[in-house]
Ligand binder design. Structure first.
Ligand code: ZN
Length: 483
């Protein structure tokens, strides 16, 4: 008996030792980079950004609301404000208002780099709630306010400013650069990014890497880490919407059948909510834990280093964090349309719902549909895809030169910042570029935190003047670093 307990004790100690060895064997994955001296950004660069914010390049859901004069004005603004870009770079319009610039490098045989941004913005849902005019480009307390400040005009203008600056300095990049600026990202990118990507593929252009919006430098948004964390999106989730429909006998509400179309549909939706797709570590999430685990306190570090053992604890922590935490670890289930009935005393013959799913890498829209059918398990509910499907993007590698280049540039411009790959839970225009490059990274250079995260597509969108200046510095440095 004694021997048995001794054996058990040894086994337990061995297990603890195994966990501790794993924990301390994981060393920092952060690269060390010499900080650079920040260059001065002229005051005029700020007023040019304000001008861009004043143009109401709004993408409306309803195409009839499209204001072509605003988009024409934006075309003209680029010509007027960036004369060297306009005269020295090759330029093509797509669908009149999207742009593709080509800046030929010294070595055209090298694969080019594609930097993306979009110049359209979402409409103002509640103008009365804004404390500033959303289209005035107001500067108050060293902050620039307005729709498009962080999504995504600062990228477009930041790239143009950096390029104009380098052209003035007589710089010529080693590799060719393309700038792809879409005018309809907020409404699917069909006439902008899709057409540009198609064109590039037809031309047989294979890019070294593509960079688009998606993540930023997060501040105090990663639990367990005090330092800023720049996340580089190496993949984005897929999207599918599935329509559910029930057709049954209706009738007068004074003598209802045991089950009606509404009952059956409500039950089906409830089943889907109660049985979400399983939580899992996607490949980007594994990269995230590898990069940040060693930077965390002992408990988190131990959990991430031994994630096989602590998997269920880690997953339930993310699940418990709600919203974006849950979205990082699973395909989410979100009923968005629920329709039935037209009159208070009539039992409808048809009930219809649409459920939107955001698909984690490793799963497909087809698998999601299978899950829906088997979970509902009721032949009275017809299940069909609603609209178009997007499977999740491929996962771009984070052990290649292109990633390292972005990583290094981030650390030069934002010293002391940690970096990590991660999964983007929304959709970006870059998903259309899968045929142009295997290396697609989603990062824009500004700080996102509790204080401004809701202003994205929301109220009082803003960017600190210094962040805007850093964006110009970032794109300039990225161009200088690209070999
Ligand atoms: Zn955007």
């Amino acid at each position: 008996m004694k021997k048995f307990f001794l054996g058990l004790l040894l086994l337990f100690l061995g297990f603890v030792a195994y966990i501790l060895i794993n924990t301390f064997a994981t060393t920092s994955k952060q690269i060390t980079v010499e900080p650079i001296t920040k260059i001065d950004i002229e005051q005029d660069a700020i007023s040019r950004f304000q001008q861009a914010l004043r143009i109401q390049t709004i993408s409306h859901e309803n195409v009839e609301d499209f204001d072509s004069t605003a988009f024409s004005a934006f075309n003209q603004l680029i010509i007027d404000n960036y004369p060297m870009v306009d005269s020295l770079l090759e330029h093509q319009y797509f669908s009149e208002y999207s742009h593709l610039y080509k800046w030929e490098g010294k070595k055209p045989s090298l694969k080019p780099v594609v930097l993306m941004g979009h110049l359209d913005v979402v409409p103002i849902a509640s103008p009365d709630k804004w404390t500033v005019d959303p289209f005035a480009g107001t500067i108050k307390d060293d902050i620039i306010w307005g729709r498009g400040t962080i999504d995504d005009k600062f990228t477009v203008i930041g790239i143009l400013e950096a390029t104009e600056m380098l052209l003035k300095e007589g710089f010529k990049p080693e590799r060719t650069f393309y700038f792809s600026f879409g005018h309809d990202e907020e409404v699917s990118g069909k006439y902008g990014a899709v057409k540009i990507a198609q064109y590039m593929q037809e031309q047989g252009i294979e890019a070294e890497f593509v960079m688009d919006e998606g993540y930023a430098v997060t501040q105090k948004l990663v639990p367990g880490i005090d330092k800023d964390v720049a996340m580089i999106g190496v993949a984005e989730k897929g999207i599918t919407s599935i329509a559910l429909q029930v057709d049954m006998k209706g009738g007068h509400s004074s003598q209802p059948a045991k089950e009606t179309a509404i009952d059956v549909l409500a039950n089906a939706v409830a089943k889907l909510k109660a049985n979400p797709l399983p939580a899992t570590f996607s490949e980007p999430m594994e990269g995230f834990m590898d990069a940040l685990g060693p930077e965390m306190g002992f408990v988190n570090r131990m959990a991430f280093a031994n994630r096989g053992i602590f998997k269920s604890i880690i997953l339930s922590t993310y699940e418990g964090a709600g919203g974006s935490g849950n979205a990082l670890i699973r395909t989410t289930t979100s009923p968005t349309i629920f329709q039935a009935g037209i009159k208070e005393n009539v039992i409808p013959t048809t009930a219809r719902a649409v459920v939107n799913f955001r698909i984690i890498p490793g799963q497909t829209a087809e698998e999601v549909k299978q899950h829906v059918v088997s979970t509902i398990n009721d032949p009275r509910v017809t299940v069909a895809f609603h609209g178009f499907n997007n499977d999740p993007s491929a996962v771009s590698p984070h052990n290649v030169e292109a990633y390292e280049l972005i990583n290094k540039t981030i650390k030069q411009i934002f010293p002391e910042t940690l970096t990590a790959p991660n999964l983007v839970i929304g959709a970006t225009d870059s998903r259309h570029f899968s045929g142009v490059s295997k290396n697609i990274y989603r990062f824009v250079p500004y700080h996102i935190n509790e204080q401004n995260i809701d202003s994205f597509h929301g109220i009082d969108e803003h960017i600190p003047v210094e962040d805007y200046k850093d964006a110009i510095r970032f794109y300039r440095q990225l161009m200088l670093n690209t070999k």
